[in-house]
Write a protein that binds this ligand. Structure first.
Ligand code: SF4
Length: 250
């Protein structure tokens, strides 16, 4: 596997420049909520098309060179920026080059190694536990099956989807992080607040061959214009009748 950007979402190239408000916004038309199943599907298709234009080639932003490193990086990324994780992991993977090295590590020492990512005691426990589980139950290979992966310490559903999607190219589900949680609601793709229910809703309406890319695109949208407070809708190509979020800033 190539050393490359990993999980969350990083474009290989700059996203397509957002059109100006004049060209992007159908400001003359009021927001239109789809009424029929056909209208709802057409709207989703239109949203996906715009996301493809905005973020044609985004991938995960956590640096990794194999699925194990991606799993470790994803565990460390909880409540931490990808940038900080990418600062910590090179030294970590030099110090513990194999899963066996992680499995036999001292938890206290590893906690200090990853201290700057926050929640370091729990994360060290999860990473070491994950290494031991993968060695004991899966022959030292990160399992490529979501049910098996979910038995690994530290690999809840979001992490498992990241590892399977970005580590193996397997569309096991849709990564629902804080950005996807917020934007799926803004775009009226769900009315749920619980990440598991949001994921189920999204999996019903997003074509499976789009699951991996869609997660990255929405995460990138959330780090770009569609921020939590005061979204910058003038910079967003979805700023058309497709988006009728209550907190649009136009
Ligand atoms: S709320 Fe604004 S920034 Fe977010 S998707 Fe809608 S138009 Fe784009």
């Amino acid at each position: 596997m190539k050393k490359t950007a990993a999980v969350t979402s990083e474009p290989h190239k700059s996203p397509a420049k957002a059109p100006t408000a004049r060209t992007a916004v159908s400001s003359a038309k009021p927001p239109v909520k789809p009424k029929t199943a056909a209208e709802r599907q057409a709207r989703i298709t239109a949203i996906l098309k715009i996301l493809d234009q905005m973020y044609p080639d985004v991938t995960c932003a956590l640096n990794h060179s194999n699925a194990w490193e991606l799993l470790v990086a994803t565990i460390l990324s909880a409540q931490c920026t990808d940038k900080r994780v990418n600062e910590v992991t090179p030294g970590l993977f030099r110090k513990y080059p194999t899963i066996r090295d992680f499995a036999s590590a001292s938890q206290d020492e590893m906690a200090q190694d990853i201290r700057s990512t926050g929640f370091f005691n729990n994360k060290a426990k999860s990473v070491i536990g994950a290494a031991r589980k993968i060695l004991s139950d899966f022959g030292g290979e990160v399992p490529q099956d979501i049910d098996k992966l979910l038995t690994v310490p530290g690999a809840a559903r979001k992490t498992a989807n990241v590892v399977l999607g970005s580590g193996f190219g397997i569309a096991s589900g849709i990564v629902v992080d804080t950005h996807v949680q917020r934007i799926a609601n803004r775009l009226d793709l769900t009315k749920e607040a619980d990440p598991k229910k949001i994921e189920q809703d999204l999996m019903k309406i997003i074509p499976k061959d789009k699951w991996i890319l869609f997660s990255h695109q929405i995460i990138h949208l959330g780090r770009g214009p569609c921020v939590a407070r005061k979204p910058k809708c003038r910079e967003c190509n979805l700023n058309t009748t497709l988006c009728y979020a209550k907190d649009k800033t136009v």
